[in-house]
Design a protein around this ligand. Sequence first.
Ligand code: G6P
Length: 606
Amino acid sequence: MCGIVGILGSQPVAHDLIDALRRLEYRGYDSAGIATVENGHLERRRAEGKLRNLEQRIGEDPLKGKTGIGHTRWATHGKPTETNAHPHMSEKVSVVHNGIIENFRSLREELTAKGHVFDSDTDTEAVVHLITEELSRADDPIEAVSEALQKLEGAFALGIVFAGHDDLMIAARRGSPLAIGHGDDAMYLGSDAIALAPFTNKITYLEEGDMAVLTRKGAEIFDAEGEKVERPAVISQASSLLVDKGNHRHFMAKEIHEQPEVISHTLSHYIDMAEGRVDYPDLGLDLSDLSRITISACGTAYYAGLVGKYWIEKYARVPVEIDVASELRYREAPLPKDGLALFISQSGETADTLAVLRYCKEQGQRIASIVNVRTSTIARESDVILPTLAGPEIGVASTKAFTCQLAALAGLTLLIGRARGTISPELEQELVQGLLEVPRHMAEVMADEAQYEKLAHDLSKARDVLYLGRGINYPLALEGALKLKEISYIHAEGYAAGELKHGPIALIDENVPVIVVAPSDDLHDKTVSNVQEVAARGGKIILISNGDEDSAGCELMAHIRVPDAHPFTNPLLYAVPIQLIAYHTAVQMGTDVDQPRNLAKSVTVE
Ligand code: G6P
């Protein structure tokens, strides 16, 4: 997790950059750094650890430039040392970066072969040398960055300054958030509006794929196709609020859109990027000899656990028992000696989940928990904490916490599979690579939001909606139905597609939309058969898949296309359309999206 800032000012900017970084320190504090353009040269100061170390360094050795960028780091690629601290730079260009450059290894090899010398272990340095290489071809920073961006794969936000260009900064956004602040004869860049609050509240949020060229006079923005576009400036409330909605109408929308970024953070907590393998805290158990794992949780967190069961059983070959906490706590379930009990909770305070945790402890289980709040009771009472790095989730209906829970469970699956020898080093690398591509794929899923608005218009007229999925898509069908009923108040049920004929098919008629989660996996054809059973009875089908529209073999009410991805990562990707369907339907219905009736974010009573 990292924070980015940039300032084009009329006075030396180092002090203000530090001030902005302080407001971003929640995004990481492994190291910090600043670079400014001074008399045409790039100068930088960096320091390991908290921002105060950098502040001290700059106090001793000031930076005088009036154009500068800054960064506070949450280490992903490379240890949290000064050498790996941002900004990274060559003689010509300096870069701050948040996110993951997926193809950094191949870029590094290519650029090294061309004579570039890398100083750090970071993925970011590949961006520096790539832009430097482009600049040596044509000395035009805008062209060089545009060319370089086309060669980058991954999800990222970048802030870039150039030697010899005192009135220029370039920003680019793909997957990770970036805001531009408008001042008087000054311009600002930040990972969020909160960072810029002391300087300006007039904010333009960059959209997916945008590149912005900033000078003191303003910003020119180009979209992913390189077309010049206008993005509105809004007045941010960030100065008075710790958590800001950005330019979203609801926290839920903001949290859905944060997913590419927070998934990167969560993955990078568990994955050694350089090695392409998972790296988890010691669970205090011999994972090669696990007889059973018991998972328990409530609501959306339970559905994350259900995905975990499919993953762990398939890839790590360990039996997994899972139950909602309100049931498991009273079932007096026998638990295996020295077993692992795993709890999943965003808040870490859910009363039923906590009660099961205590029961399992009494039964001699080792306790691990996947939590978003590290100081919570469930976290404190666990032997091992597996944090999700979703950041604060304000919308009552869980979105980003769910996918971060999936990210942590995916890593755990690989860890157990490796220990048990069911996942070879080659397969581990392949699955890790698949996970690293998730943030980019998620951003692609969100690109066409108009289709969800259109679909919501039709869904909002329905009284009942069915969600179907088979295999690992079954928990997603359950989560899709939960999301829809929670916030739109439309009655929705999730079913295992194969169960359709054992009852729910009686409900099908032309007034019941049926949403089918059907990626092209090994069960796809079976799901398609179920789709045809629905179509034959006049049901209206909404297909969420990576296949063609006609792959269902019948007429569709709508087709939501998801990018092709490694099948292992499908649950993370398919979570996004079901969230967007629920969100836009609720907006269409005019409900209180962030605080739906009768619900609470943290359920601390039984
Ligand atoms: C409530 C929330 C859900 C959440 C569930 C479990 O019902 O509305 O969004 O999934 O509690 O909460 P936890 O904090 O334990 O994940």
